[in-house]
Design a protein. Sequence first.
Length: 324
Amino acid sequence: MSTVVQLEYVGDLAPYDEEEAALAEAGASLTVVRAADGDALVEAAGDADVIWVEWTPHLTRDVLERLPKLGLAIRWGVGYEQIDVAAATELGIAVANAPAYCTEDVAEHALAMLLAVSRQVVFRDRQGQQGLWRHGPAKQKRLAGSTVGVVGLGRIGSHVAKVAAAFGATVLGYDPVVTSPSVRQVGFEELLASADFVSVHVPLTAETHHLFDADAFALMRPDATLVNTSRGGVVSQAALVEALDAGRLGAAALDVFEQEPLPADNPLRGRDNVILTPHEGANSPQSGRDLRRAVYGATVEWLRTGWTDAIVNPQVRPHARAGR
Ligand code: NAD
């Protein structure tokens, strides 16, 4: 019997009845563990054939080297920076994700945040709750006719581009890999200099870490809004705070942070021109259902056939540990 280990984070995915039933049919059992660090993970998951990773601990090279049976590591989500893919590939371990379970959710969240800033929904809600009526000058902006810059034109970014265009915005896109027929693609610097709203949809990699740094903020318009629903590490929070403090950036809407949960004393809190959601962009009952099916579906397929299309390092195939 194969062993699948669920590396649980806060327990919001439990219970696992659906997963257990699907795995049992494929001759596998599910073990749920919580591990404080890599050593605890190795101790608890040492005989795992498959590991499901939520957030922590990360499957670093050091950890992967101590998991001799592991054939497949799956991230519960789109981004998989929690797994050292280069090390996994060298060791013959396949890595997979759930690439499309929340595309619309995150795109809608990014647009909801963009509109919340442009229409000052959160700021005006605070006034409404306090009984203030038509208080202060109108600083709302019209999205129609504005320029929206989309950085990363993959699944989520291209959906954002499509909906922003439907609102009547001019959409510019930047992506070094993907060519999108329906978006005018420009260089990164031109996008930053032109956009009223910049929405970020790139994976967190060595190349995208702090893609938005002081240099990037210096290129943006002083009244521009940054929307980040991708990963916190793509934006230097220190540079963002500095740009906001200096009036070199108009507003920010953030769902993701360099440190999560966002510490209580973080200087991004308490500002009228910043809105913060606690990494909720992907969530809905629909995406939750699709995520579960994607994770156990890919596992069952791999257990039965030795492969699944959800694998992100296909170069592992010739020397995959459990490939058939
Ligand atoms: P995707 O793989 O379909 O698209 C990512 C795109 O980014 C690709 O087209 C890629 O070419 C592009 N890219 C890579 N490096 C770039 C760079 N330096 N500049 C510009 N573009 C670059 O992924 P997706 O489904 O669109 O998701 C995007 C990211 O959103 C994920 O990697 C994940 O980290 C994040 N995400 C966040 C949540 C959330 O809850 N907030 C949920 C899902 C995904």
